[in-house]
Ligand binder design. Structure first.
Ligand code: SF4
Ligand code: SF4
Length: 204
């Protein structure tokens, strides 16, 4: 039955289009604006404001459509059959990502039923239910999204959890950190100074 609302709320934007994070976009715009004073006194209206967490560590950080996705999954396995990471033997199954999210939802539901409201159980979707190895095995190809007959998007959950790892834990794989550092310093993913970029042409 949940397939009907799930298809209704399915993503209609192009598959490869990711959402920008408003907080990060704001920081980048400030960095690029020469008129912004980085040492300005913060607006007193925002004093004491706790910055929102970036990415997703637990189901509380996922949106309602992602949670609906988890309850809607029929566990048919079409997504995992198409997943190139799974086919090449990596420890990733988009079907299991949806099942693990639903398991965590059930766990939190039982916690609320028992205590009246949620009491921190020290368990999180990230690491306790879904490992970082699974998250980084994903190639973000969208094959699982394409394959799902009822519009479920396992990749959006994977991306939110990766965002948490990178932005909150600074825990990106070393290869990715090196690439991002090179882009920041050299304007390209390679570890060469911009002045040396055409050196290869002199070797011909
Ligand atoms: S987006 Fe990730 S999880 Fe989905 S099929 Fe591609 S590699 Fe597998
Ligand atoms: S294809 Fe869709 S319904 Fe089937 S297991 Fe994957 S996410 Fe669930």
């Amino acid at each position: 039955m949940l397939a009907f609302p799930n298809v209704y709320f399915a993503k209609l934007t192009p598959r490869g289009q990711f959402t920008n994070m408003a907080a990060v976009t704001k920081e980048v715009k400030m960095m690029m604006d020469p008129n912004v004073d980085p040492f300005a006194t913060p607006d007193p209206a925002n004093a004491g404001e706790v910055p929102a967490s970036l990415g997703a560590k637990d189901i509380f950080d996922l949106d309602r459509v992602q949670l609906l996705n988890a309850y809607t999954c029929t566990e048919c396995g079409r997504c995992t059959d198409e997943c190139p990471a799974n086919i090449t033997g990596k420890k990733l199954s988009p079907r299991r990502i949806m099942m693990a999210t639903r398991d965590r939802l059930e766990e939190v539901g039982a916690n609320i039923n028992k205590n009246g409201s949620y009491v921190d159980d020290g368990i999180y979707l990230l690491k306790d239910h879904i490992t970082t190895e699974e998250l980084w095995a994903c190639t973000t190809c969208n094959a699982c999204v394409e394959a799902c007959p009822i519009g479920i998007d396992p990749l959006s959950i994977i991306m939110e959890m990766r965002r948490y790892l990178v932005l909150e834990n600074s825990a990106a794989p070393s290869e990715l950190n090196a690439t991002m550092g090179n882009i920041e310093n050299n304007g390209a993913p390679w570890p060469y100074n911009q002045m040396d970029r055409l050196n290869w042409a002199n070797e011909l």
